[in-house]
Ligand binder design. Structure first.
Ligand code: BGP
Length: 477
């Protein structure tokens, strides 16, 4: 048995990284809009530098991104040409509720996604929708402090009820929070958090995390009420942590690093705070702001499936200060001498995907969905705009082969695979355009120059064949 007959092949994007149209049809300002390209981005997305509006000194790539807001029909037609069965996208919260705390939604925003979903359906593509992919209305940040505030639970509930009701019958698969564990590493981008001088960061982070976890369970409850056909998934920035050596202290460090990430999914999938987290938070003097009814809500409304991103494995050491570091998805890791790395230092480890899938499946025993995977690379088009991206095909085919082994040899139940950035888009970590993941080249550079013309790359035709053969033919010819 290989992949399921109804395996959901496709690609993934996020609203703020491709839509543009940041102030059109009533859309409000969001945290992700004001994250510039360039060296200040890191301090801003991590909440260490307060930056809540545009200034004249920076370039803000999300304002126009790749103009998908106006070109989505053309883009979806290209996805359909590759044979996509599913398309993962996210909702721009401020298109629906421009400030975030309104009672009534913005009809123009709702209509935009309705048209987009209908366009997908027209091509036989099932939408897979992330409710929040790193976006938070700026008004909620300025007035309430973002997810540190319990009121966010109500605003998010209003958002989800509006979405589930309006798109009933159009959207079956929903993810509540993109890479929920990234809140620990990019708190402004992940949860609209800007730290105050001298405050206990850990308290703020886990308080905000609790509000997101309660909101995720609340969304599941609302989904069950509105449309029992809906399937809710959580979403983890995954990647197995290896010990730097067989020294027991390194093994313990690796286990602890993994638990820091699994903590979120433990709550979303098992329905309760794990003992190791309760102990650690207590030791650190962090108070989890449990309210009456939270425990029961978390326990009853767990997720239906586990989705995750995988770009790389990680390494942990008991004494990391003496080790070489390498960068990775938002946060860095100890370098693994056995692996090659991308141009951005992300280490390439296809077998790590099989190991990660097994770890997650063993832990939760629920269907898995790989909703991000891919290679960010510099592409050089020829005179006609064509990119021969064999390096991307190598990366993807080796990862799909490993994922196939997890299914065929280990029996992991996998629902689908949506590779990241199926069309070139703005990088979340760096804000660059030149860090490309797509099967489709978009003519635009880091500072907004270019025609925005779309051109299929070599990987476009390769992925089409992969989908056609349900993952049987991964060859590059
Ligand atoms: C994940 C995010 C995506 C995406 C991807 C690639 O963290 O969910 O939004 O961008 O990583 O990262 P980057 O864009 O930094 O290369």
């Amino acid at each position: 048995m290989s992949f399921r007959k109804d395996f959901l092949w496709g690609g993934a994007t996020a609203a703020n990284q491709l839509e543009g149209g940041y102030d059109e049809d009533g859309r409000g300002l969001a945290n992700v809009d004001v994250a510039p390209v360039g060296e200040d981005r890191h301090a801003i997305i991590s909440g260490d530098k307060k930056h809540l509006d545009f200034d004249g000194e920076h370039f803000y790539p999300a304002k126009k991104a790749i103009d998908h807001y106006h070109r989505y029909k053309e883009d979806i037609a290209l996805f359909a040409e590759m044979g996509f069965k599913t398309y993962r996208l996210s909702i721009g919260w401020t298109r629906i509720f421009p400030k975030g705390d309104e009672k009534e939604p913005n009809e123009a925003g709702l209509k935009f996604y309705e048209d987009l979903f209908k366009e997908c359906k027209k091509h036989g593509i099932e939408p897979l929708v992330t409710i929040t992919h790193f976006d938070c209305p700026m008004h909620l940040i300025k007035e309430y402090g973002g997810w540190r505030n319990r009121k966010m639970v109500d605003f998010y509930a209003n958002l989800t009820r509006t979405l589930f009701t309006r798109y009933k019958g159009l959207v079956k698969y929903w993810l509540t929070f993109n890479e929920i564990n990234i809140i620990l590493h990019a708190p402004f981008m992940g949860a609209g958090i800007v730290f105050e001088e001298g405050e206990n960061k850990k308290q703020v982070l886990y308080q905000a995390a609790h509000h997101e976890l309660v909101s995720s369970a609340m969304a599941t409850k609302i989904a069950r009420e509105v449309d029992p056909n809906i399937q809710i998934g959580c979403m983890l920035a995954a990647g197995k942590t290896y010990p730097n050596s067989p020294r027991p202290a390194d093994v313990l460090a690796a286990q602890q690093a993994d638990r820091q990430n699994y903590f979120f999914i433990d709550v979303q999938s098992r329905g309760e705070y794990p003992a190791y987290a309760l102990k650690e938070l207590e030791r650190e003097g962090v108070e989890i702001p449990f309210k009456e009814g939270d425990k029961e809500l978390l326990k009853e409304y767990t997720v239906d499936f586990i989705s995750f991103s995988y770009y790389s494995s990680r390494v942990a050491a008991a004494n990391p200060e003496n080790q070489d570091e390498t960068s990775g998805n938002i946060f860095s890791s100890v370098k693994n001498p056995y692996l090659e790395a991308s141009e951005w230092g992300w280490q390439i480890d296809p077998l790590g995907l099989r190991i990660t899938m097994n770890d997650i499946y063993d832990r939760y025993q629920k269907p898995l969905f790989i909703v991000e995977n891919g290679l960010g690379a510099i592409d050089t088009p020829d005179a006609s705009g064509y990119v021969e991206d064999d390096y991307r095909i190598d990366y993807l085919s080796s990862h799909i082969a490993a994922m196939k082994e997890a299914v065929e040899l280990d029996g992991v139940d996998l629902m689908g695979y949506t590779s990241w950035g199926c069309i070139d888009l703005v990088s979340a970590g760096t804000g660059e355009m030149k860090k490309r993941y797509g099967y489709i080249y978009v003519d635009r550079d880091n500072y907004g120059n270019g025609t925005l013309e779309r051109t299929p790359k070599k990987s476009f035709y390769w992925y089409k064949k992969v989908i056609e053969t349900n993952g049987e033919d991964l060859s590059n010819n």
